[in-house]
Design a protein around this ligand. Structure first.
Ligand code: I3P
Length: 126
């Protein structure tokens, strides 16, 4: 029932740096490797970039694809078991990709959690 306009799909709702670790790909466990990532949230997806300048440059680089997370049917939850770090939440996609996101700064990670949760809740479940 919820139809998201093409304009809405490209509007950046939130962006900024967080620590990111991808821990599963298509259900297959990966070795955890934390790295700083520039995170761009739109209505239906999250994109991970290495640097904040990249979104503007992407159109100039036909070969470059940021890692993209489809939020349709995705699941978000806080976790204290998957990391020794504080302020960690996990996003699990329908395709079985799992990402941990973290910030030491409480309000930053809380803002991100709620922004992503709101996006997921607005989307159809599949
Ligand atoms: C991992 C690395 C991660 C750590 C992880 C280690 O070692 O130290 O930072 O996760 O712990 O296995 P390596 O670099 O040798 O792969 P956290 O920082 O999130 O605790 P884990 O195995 O308990 O996930």
């Amino acid at each position: 029932t919820d139809i998201i306009s093409s304009q809405e799909q490209t509007v950046v709702e939130k962006e900024g740096y967080l620590l990111k670790a991808k821990i599963a790909d298509g259900g297959k466990k990966l070795r955890k490797n934390w790295s700083t990532s520039w995170i761009v949230l739109t209505a239906q997806k999250i994109e991970f970039y290495k640097e904040s300048k990249q979104p503007a440059l992407v159109s100039l680089k036909p070969g470059y694809k940021p890692e993209c997370v489809d939020l349709c049917g995705a699941f978000i939850e806080w976790t204290t078991e998957k990391s020794s770090r504080k302020n960690v939440f996990q996003i699990t996609t329908v395709s079985g990709n799992e990402f941990l996101l973290q910030s030491d700064i409480d309000f930053i990670i809380l803002d991100w959690f709620h922004a992503i949760k709101n996006a997921i809740d607005r989307l159809p479940k599949e």
